[in-house]
Design a protein around this ligand. Sequence first.
Ligand SMILES: Nc1ncnc2c1ncn2[C@@H]1O[C@H](COP(=O)(O)OP(=O)(O)OP(=O)(O)O)[C@@H](O)[C@H]1O
Ligand SMILES: [Mg+2]
Length: 256
Amino acid sequence: MTTTPTVSRATAVAARATDLSKVYGHGETQVVALDQVTVDFRQGEFTAIMGPSGSGKSTLMHCVAGLDSFSSGSVRIGETELSTLKDKQLTQLRRDKIGFIFQAFNLLPTLTALENITLPMDIAGRKPDKQWVQQVIDMLGLSARLSHRPTELSGGQQQRVAVARALASRPEIIFGDEPTGNLDSRSGAEVLGFLRNSVRELGQTVVMVTHDPVAASYADRVIFLADGRIVDEMLHPTADGVLDRMKAFDAKGRTS
Ligand SMILES: Nc1ncnc2c1ncn2[C@@H]1O[C@H](COP(=O)(O)OP(=O)(O)OP(=O)(O)O)[C@@H](O)[C@H]1O
Ligand SMILES: [Mg+2]
C-alpha cells in the first residue's frame, strides 16, 4: 500500500521566493521576465509550473535554484537566504541540496552515462548509495546503456540519464524543466510516476515546468504563470481540469 503524505499547508518550506523580479535589458528592449512573484515550495510537495512560452517559467526556476541572479526580491532554500551567500557557498548549496533536470540535458560528453549520473556526488566527495542508484537506473531503463557516452544515446535516453543524475543524490529539492518533454508517453509516465512516488514515499520535493496537462496531473498542485506573474493555482490537479484552465486563459488572452 502506498502511504499518502500529509501535505499540510503548514509543512516546512523547501524553497520560497518573495517579491521576486527579474528584468532583462534596459529601455525599449527591457523585458520583465518575473514581476514580483511570491511562492512557496513546501517540503514533500510536487509542484508543476505551467504557462505560455516566454511567461517566465524557466527564469523562475533558475532564480529559485540559485542558477541565475534576480533584480529584486528574495529567495531562500530551506533556512538559507541566497543573497547572503558568496559565490562559493552558493555553488556548494546547489551541489549539496539541489537536483536539476534541464531543458537541455547538460550531460558531459566525455563521461559515460553512469559517470554522468554520479558526477555531482563524485565532485562533492560523497559516496553514492549504490542500492538507490541502481533502483533509479532500473526504473529509468538505463541498465544496458551505462557505459555509453551521451552522443551514443538517443535524446530520450539522454533525458533519462539527466533525470537519474538529479535523483541519484536524493537532493532536498529537485527542479525539472520539462523533464519528460522528449520522452515517449510510456517512458514519460514512468518518470513522472517515479517522481511522484519519490515525493509520496520519500518526502522528496519536486518542482517541474511542463506544457503537458497530463504531466501536470501527477503533481500535488499547479501554478500558472503569465507575463512573469502567478495568475492561478490549482490543487490536486486532473489533466482535464488543467486543460480547461488553460483554455480559459487562452480565451481571455484573445479577448483582452
Ligand atoms: N538572457 C535573456 N535576455 C533577455 N531576455 C530573456 C533572456 N532570457 C529570457 N528572456 C526573456 O524572458 C522571458 C521569460 O523567459 P523564460 O525562458 O523564463 O520563459 P519560459 O516560460 O520558460 O518559456 P518556454 O516555455 O518557451 O521555455 C521571455 O520573454 C524571454 O524572451
Ligand atoms: Mg523555459
